[in-house]
Ligand binder design. Sequence first.
Ligand SMILES: [Zn+2]
Length: 255
Amino acid sequence: MILPLASGVFPTLAPSDRSAIWAVTGRLGGKSEGPFSSANLADHVGDNQEHVDSNRAALAALVGVNHSDLSVMAPVHGGEVAFVGSAGTVESVDSLVTEEPEIGLVALGADCATIAMCGYRDNSQPIIAVAHCGWKGLCADILGNTVEAMSERGAVTFRAILGPAICGNCYPVPKERIQQVRDRCRADIAAAALGVSGGIDVRAGLEAQLADFGIPCTSIGGCTAESSHEFFSYRRDGRTGRQGLIIVLKESTNE
Ligand SMILES: [Zn+2]
């Protein structure tokens, strides 16, 4: 049984018979062993597939869906968003959006930030998204592209959750990469991500961008590299698992 770092329901802002339920995981409580111990959710890192399947089923159960209801992206550190209407693996995108109930959207990371969003339409159904974002995703504006995709489908108000990610102190990078962030991100987002640490804090950049959009956001968990007990960290360990974040639209039951 995976132990979530946190879970909850996005507040209902407009009349709807659907609610958006989310959960954020670390590395505790799953079936995997060795470097993937124990709640690894990724099937591309060399872990035992039966363990991954068991962990994914436990992730799905955290928000009340089945393993077969998950939509999982195979991210490429880009800016592409996929609109999904069914479960399954989606290749080559870093963001998934759906308005369908009972599809668990999943983003994975092990230092990269993960994002869950709920978008509210006027007097209509909510729409949800997850995204995966490292420094390249920050430069590719995956967050802005996700907000835009949700807006095109009618969302006018948003809420966001950010999963655990590596901090700037633990993520020193070459000067060229800092310059790339300066060149390609908007100045205020770059300033937040670069801070004074000499590294890149992607989550701080995302928090600045969400604030600029006027989107309230809650960040879950600390720096992935600083707690080998709680988190997988690719930067720290290389061969390791991935923690995750899941969101689903559930039909409200009126009793
Ligand atoms: Zn750190």
